[in-house]
Design a binder for this molecule. Structure first.
Ligand code: NI
Length: 138
């Protein structure tokens, strides 16, 4: 079990003032929580860089009237079936669909799937957000 450790750091006063203003704007009530989040962000980025198992969401907005697009999206997801945990689909209007695909796998594999889907013609916008199971995030 880990314990809470207090630490002090030396920072340029203007840099610290800028940091304090930025975190206040975001709603942080303490510098410690903002720094903890930065460290967690670094930990997730490190897991992605080391190609560890990550979880993520891939959000897509696409035009389902585009010929064969729905079929191509489904084919690609079946190809990566071990990585796709769940899919939520919302019909935004007569033309546009929103899909959120929940994925799990090595960062490079998940990125490959995301690139394949995002580059299809008719996919208007999308983004992959990678995170971790949280085991290494205290
Ligand atoms: Ni739809």
């Amino acid at each position: 079990m880990s314990t809470l450790v207090r630490t002090g750091i030396s920072l340029d006063s203007e840099l610290l003032a800028r940091f304090d203003r930025a975190i206040a704007k975001k709603g942080y009530r303490s510098r410690s929580e903002a720094i903890r989040d930065l460290v967690r962000e670094h930990s997730v980025a490190s897991d992605v860089a080391r190609d560890r198992i990550i979880v993520g969401t891939l959000t897509l907005v696409y035009d389902h009237h585009r010929p064969k697009l729905s079929e191509r999206l489904i084919d690609a997801q079946h190809h990566y079936h071990g990585k796709v945990l769940a899919v939520t689909h919302v019909h935004l209007d007569h033309r546009n669909c929103l899909e959120v695909i929940i994925v799990k796998g090595r960062g490079t594999e998940v990125q490959r799937l995301a690139d394949q889907l995002l580059s299809l013609r008719g996919v208007k916008h999308g983004k992959l957000v990678m995170t971790t199971t949280g085991k290494r995030l205290k």
